[in-house]
Design a protein. Structure first.
Lengths: 116, 112
C-alpha cells in the first residue's frame, strides 16, 4: 500500500512570499490532517478534514494560511504571506477513522519550509 | 498549562537497560493515548496505543496508563541503539472533535 505522499520535500522562500504544499493521503483514508512541527517541538494540528469537510481548523492562522481538500482526496496547504516564524516541517497525515484505530495516523515524509 | 507534557530529555540509557518515558495530560476527558516514535529527520510513526488503565505490552514495549493521575508512560526493555529517537506522547479527546494533541517529545539516546 502506498504511503502518504507530500511535495515538495524542501522549500526556501523569503518572508512575504507565498508557498503551497501538496498531500495525497493513503487510498481510502477519509481523514486528512496538516500538522506544523517547529524544531524541538511536537506536531501542532493546523487543520483536519473528514472527506472534503473541515472538522477542526481552530489553530490555523487564517489570515495567512489556507487549506483545501477538493473531492475528498488530495489536499493543498498554502501560506501567503510567509513569516519567519513559519519555518517548520509541514506534516500531512491520514487515518482510516471509521474502520481503523482512532488516533492511528500515517504521516508523510513532510515538507520542510525555511523562510529567510 | 500545556495539554500534554513530556520531559524533553535527552534521556540516556546504556544498551540493554530499561528506558522509562513519562507523559502527563491536562484534560480529564481524554480517552485514548498513543506513543509515536520519530527518528531524526523522519516523520512520526505509531508504536503503541492504550485506552484503559493498567499496562499493555507489545514486544519490548510496555505502555502504562493511570487516568486518575492523568499519567501515561512507555517502558522500553532491553534498549537498543536503534531505539534512539524522539518519543512523542499523543492524547485523543473525542469531545473536542477527535483532535490528537502531541507533547513536545522526549529524546532517548541508547549508548552501546
Amino acid at each position: 500500500e502506498a504511503g502518504v505522499a507530500q511535495s515538495p520535500r524542501y522549500k526556501i522562500i523569503e518572508k512575504r512570499q507565498s508557498v503551497a504544499f501538496w498531500c495525497n493521503p493513503i487510498s481510502g483514508h477519509a481523514t486528512l490532517y496538516w500538522y506544523q512541527q517547529i524544531l524541538g517541538q511536537g506536531p501542532k494540528l493546523l487543520i483536519q478534514f473528514q472527506n472534503n469537510g473541515v472538522v477542526d481548523d481552530s489553530q490555523l492562522p487564517k489570515d495567512r494560511f489556507s487549506a483545501e481538500r477538493l473531492k475528498g482526496v488530495d489536499s493543498t496547504l498554502k501560506i501567503q504571506p510567509a513569516k519567519l516564524e513559519d519555518s517548520a516541517v509541514y506534516l500531512c497525515a491520514s487515518s482510516r477513522r471509521r474502520t481503523g484505530i482512532e488516533g492511528e495516523l500515517f504521516f508523510g515524509e513532510g515538507s520542510r519550509l525555511t523562510v529567510l | 498549562q500545556k495539554e500534554v507534557e513530556q520531559n524533553s530529555g535527552p534521556l540516556s540509557v546504556p544498551e540493554g537497560a530499561i528506558a522509562s518515558l513519562n507523559c502527563t495530560y491536562s484534560d480529564r476527558g481524554s480517552q485514548s493515548f498513543f506513543w509515536y516514535r520519530q527518528y531524526s529527520g523522519k516523520s512520526p510513526e505509531l508504536i503503541m496505543s492504550i485506552y484503559s488503565n493498567g499496562d499493555k505490552e507489545d514486544g519490548r514495549f510496555t505502555a502504562q496508563l493511570n487516568k486518575a493521575s492523568q499519567y501515561v508512560s512507555l517502558l522500553i526493555r532491553d534498549s537498543q541503539p536503534s531505539d534512539s529517537a524522539t518519543y512523542l506522547c499523543a492524547v485523543l479527546n473525542m469531545e473536542y472533535g477527535n483532535k490528537l494533541v502531541f507533547g513536545a517529545g522526549t529524546i532517548l539516546r541508547v549508548k552501546s
